[in-house]
Each structure stands twice: as structure tokens, then as C-alpha cells.
Design a protein around this ligand. Structure first.
Ligand code: UGA
Length: 449
């Protein structure tokens, strides 16, 4: 069980997006005084009044609880977040440049502002995902080239391993905490900060800064590789008549492989994997080792969408004038995030081929329509299915497992179902009159034995 810190610290968090806000909440929850800071004063107002600006299970409740303790506050002024702090986290965005490289301008800017506002010794933590080598640049930026014995600013790399939708649990009960630093003082400060988590049994891994930075990209790229591996196998299963669900079950039973991230389907999306994969690729090229495997991981991921398109064409024939219903629009369940969502990539392909596309998502509908304005929105799966020629399951939301297939089918213009996440039971769908297609599973999987 997590117990409060016996040595509470004062923490500033620059950037209150998803990662920054969850960092604020988890550190306040163990008793630290936390000031979250964002240049967007609307966001600051919302957070300070207890309104979470994104969907993350459990976070709204924890925000209200921590605001009530008075330990958690928000500000738009960097000086307020930095001047009394022992530790300041940089949680600003590192979006992709057109080249695929990470744009680190916001990190540099945050470093400058922190250096300008610091009044005493401070540990400056890179939480944002950054390419290996960023710590050196940041250290030079915050030191301003003039080592200052009173205001020693030590840069630390402390990458996050938060999954959207489970971010709170990942922050409060992480598999590991990674701290890359270059001075004993910085390690000491970070040990004190994370003492409640370590007392709770969490492993704290200490490395040099560059290794910590690289380990973050390496972890995300490896998980993406696992998904692409299983999706490439899915294509092989389709060609051979094998069932990817059976193959993945067998592989996953080997603890050296592990069963997680072997889910075949439409592939990975979200703000992390696609962006980090290309940033890691660019970094490798810059370092003189192009790491061609990473390009292949991305290519196989694109193939997964093409495989789904082929199945849709197979069941509805020509797409022009057909109505396709996408169930699930978020890039994965339990989030309203649609950034790089495979569902929206599919929607764009379908629209380009002349189909009408209607979508349903329990929470991400509005965001999806913001990205793809031609997308029609439905209030529930049954409305989405009305007059559709094909349903495509795009996101593995739990509530889509419980669909009344009979009712869905009765509303449709043609009973076709492409299960992009292998979420439903094929024989049940066939018994309800559907032509059912799954990913990496034989077409006969939908037939009643
Ligand atoms: C990912 C990592 O899992 C976190 O450890 C990391 O901290 C985070 O990126 C980050 O760098 O910030 P996240 O993007 O929230 O977290 O989502 P994941 O749960 O990893 O899923 C990523 C994508 O892979 C989703 O589109 C999901 O549907 C897909 N996926 C996942 C599959 O297609 N198959 C699987 O078996 C698992």
C-alpha cells in the first residue's frame, strides 16, 4: 500500500497535458506539495476548479481530492511553480516535425524559463519523451554556461511509462521507475521524491542520462514491434488458414515472450507509438545506425489497415455509395484520444473510396469528428448500424462485446461485420445472419460448426 512521504518535497510541473497532470496527481497523492503550470490559462482555470480536461479513469476523483487537501495547485506563472521547488518536471509536448524527428523547442523553452525562475538548487526532470542526447542540451541550457554554486541545476531523465486509460494506476503502481542522472545529489533528490513508491515495492532503476532516454524509446519501439510481429503473423495466418488467436495464445504462454501486446487487429495508434517510432528511427539515422527494423514495424502497421480495407471490399464489393459503420473511434479503449487512431485512418480511406462513414464511440465521437469532419456520428451502435452495409469494429471497448447482434443486423442494409479487433464471437455473429470477417482468422471462424 502507498504511504505518504515521510519527507515531503515541493514539486513544480511544467506542462499539464496528460502526462503532466497525472504526474501532478500521483506526486500529490503521496504527500508532496505540487504546483502544476501551463501557459494555457484556460486549462489552468479548469484544473484549479477541479475539471479534468481529458478522459482518464479515476483521475477526476483524485483531482478533486488532492485540490481539497491544498497540496495541489495550478498556475500559469512559471516563477510560481519554480521558485520554491526542490524538483521541477518538464512535461511539455515533443511533437513530430515533418521529418519525423521530435520537435524539442518546447523543452528548450521550458528549460530557459526554469533557469530564469530558479532561486536555489534544483533538479530539472525531463519527463517528456525525448531522443537520447537531449539531457546534454538541456543541462547546457539550464546552466546557461555559467555554473552557479547557489543555484545548481541538475538535469535528470525520468521517462514515463503511462498507458492512456490506465495512466493513474501506472503512475501510482508502476512496474519500474527509471532515473537517469549524473550527480549523486540528483540521485539523492529523486530517491527522496519516489521513496513512497519504493517503500511500496517498486523497483527504482538508476542509470546515466543517455541510457534512460534511450530506454524509453527502446521500450515503446519494442512494444510496437511486438504488435507488428503479430499483425504480420496475422497475414500469414490468413494465407495459410491458421488462427492468429490460437498462435498468439501459444506464443504468449512462454514467459520469455509474454502474452501482452500480441493482440492482432488494426494495429497501433495514439500519440506515442507512431511518433516515438519515427523519432527513434531519425535518431538512429543521425547516430549512423539506421535500424531498418523500425521502418518495417511502421510498414506492417500500415498494412493492417489495408488488410481491413480488403476485407470490407470483399464483403460489400464496391464502396461507392455504401454506408460503413465504425464502432469505436478512439485509438484504444478507455480514452477519448483519437490522435493517430487506426479507426480514423480507416475512415479516411473509406471516404476516399466513396463510402459514407458513420461512427460511434462511447467518449471520443466529438474529437473524431473534429479530425474527420465528413464522419457522421451516431449516438449508439444501433443508430450507427441503421442502413449500413458493413459494420467494422475498430476499438476494443468492453461495451462492444455485449452488442445485441440480432438487433444490429435487423437495422442494416446488409449484414456484414468486419471485426478489426477480434472482439466478437464469430459463430454467434454468423448465427445472427452476419457475414463475419476477423483479422488473422480463417473466414470459416464465423461459421457455426
Ligand atoms: C504507450 C506505452 O504502452 C506506455 O508504456 C508509454 O508510456 C506510452 O505509450 C507513452 O510513451 O506515453 P499508450 O500509447 O497509452 O501507451 O497505449 P498502449 O496501451 O501502449 O497502446 C498503443 C496502441 O497499440 C493502441 O492503438 C492499441 O490499440 C494498440 N495495441 C496494443 C494493439 O494493437 N495490440 C495490442 O496487443 C496492444
Amino acid at each position: 500500500m502507498l504511504r505518504p512521504s515521510n519527507s515531503p518535497m515541493t514539486v513544480g510541473v511544467i506542462g499539464t497535458g496528460h502526462v503532466g497532470t497525472i504526474t501532478c496527481l500521483s506526486l500529490a497523492a503521496v504527500g508532496h506539495r505540487v504546483v502544476g503550470c501551463d501557459a494555457d490559462s484556460e486549462k489552468v482555470k479548469a484544473l484549479a476548479s477541479g475539471r479534468l480536461p481529458f478522459h482518464e479513469p479515476g483521475a477526476q476523483e483524485l483531482l478533486e481530492e488532492q485540490l481539497a487537501t491544498g497540496r495541489l495547485t495550478f498556475t500559469a506563472e512559471t516563477t510560481v511553480a519554480v521558485s520554491d521547488a526542490d524538483v521541477v518536471f518538464i512535461c511539455v509536448g515533443t511533437p513530430a516535425r515533418a521529418s519525423g524527428e521530435a520537435n524539442l523547442l518546447a523543452v528548450e523553452q521550458a528549460g530557459r524559463e526554469i533557469a530564469g525562475a530558479a532561486t536555489g538548487p534544483l533538479v530539472v526532470v525531463e519527463k517528456s519523451t525525448v531522443p537520447a542526447g537531449t539531457g546534454g542540451h538541456l543541462q547546457r541550457t539550464v546552466s546557461g554556461g555559467h555554473p552557479d554554486p547557489v543555484r545548481t541545476l541538475d538535469v535528470v531523465s525520468n521517462p514515463e511509462f503511462l498507458r492512456e486509460g490506465r495512466a493513474l494506476n501506472d503512475a501510482l503502481h508502476p512496474d519500474r521507475i527509471l532515473v537517469g542522472a549524473s550527480s549523486p545529489r540528483a540521485f539523492e533528490v529523486m530517491r527522496r521524491l519516489y521513496q513512497p513508491f519504493v517503500d511500496d515495492g517498486v523497483q527504482l532503476i538508476e542509470t546515466d542520462i543517455i541510457s534512460a532516454e534511450l530506454a524509453k524509446h527502446a521500450s515503446n519501439a519494442f512494444l510496437a514491434l511486438k504488435i507488428s510481429y503479430v499483425n504480420a503473423l496475422a497475414r500469414l495466418c490468413e494465407a495459410s488458414g491458421a488462427d492468429i488467436e490460437a498462435v498468439a495464445r501459444v506464443m504468449g504462454a512462454d514467459p520469455r515472450i509474454g502474452s501482452e501486446f500480441l493482440g492482432a487487429g488494426l494495429g497501433f495508434g495514439g500519440y506515442c507509438f507512431p511518433k516515438d517510432l519515427s523519432a527513434f528511427q531519425r535518431l538512429s539515422e543521425r547516430l549512423g545506425y539506421p535500424f531498418p527494423m523500425l521502418a518495417e514495424v511502421a510498414r506492417i502497421n500500415d498494412d493492417a489497415i489495408q488488410a481491413a480495407m480488403a476485407k470490407i471490399r470483399d464483403v460489400v464489393w464496391n464502396l461507392e455509395g455504401k454506408r460503413v459503420a465504425l464502432l469505436g473511434l478512439a485509438f484504444k479503449p478507455d480514452t477519448d484520444d483519437v490522435r493517430f487512431s487506426p479507426a480514423l485512418t480507416l475512415a479516411r480511406h473509406l471516404l476516399a473510396e466513396g463510402a459514407t462513414v458513420v461512427g460511434f464511440d462511447p467518449v471520443a465521437g466529438a474529437a473524431a469528428q473534429g479530425d474527420v469532419p465528413e464522419l457522421e456520428l451516431a449516438a449508439d451502435p444501433y443508430e450507427a448500424a441503421t442502413d449500413a452495409h458493413c459494420i467494422v469494429v475498430c476499438t476494443a471497448w468492453d461495451e462492444l462485446r455485449e452488442l445485441d447482434l440480432q438487433e444490429l443486423g435487423e437495422r442494416m442494409a446488409a449484414k456484414n461485420l468486419v471485426d478489426g479487433r477480434n472482439l466478437l464471437d464469430g459463430p454467434t455473429a454468423t448465427a445472427a445472419g452476419f457475414t463475419y470477417r476477423a483479422m488473422g482468422r480463417p473466414d470459416s471462424i464465423g461459421s457455426v460448426p
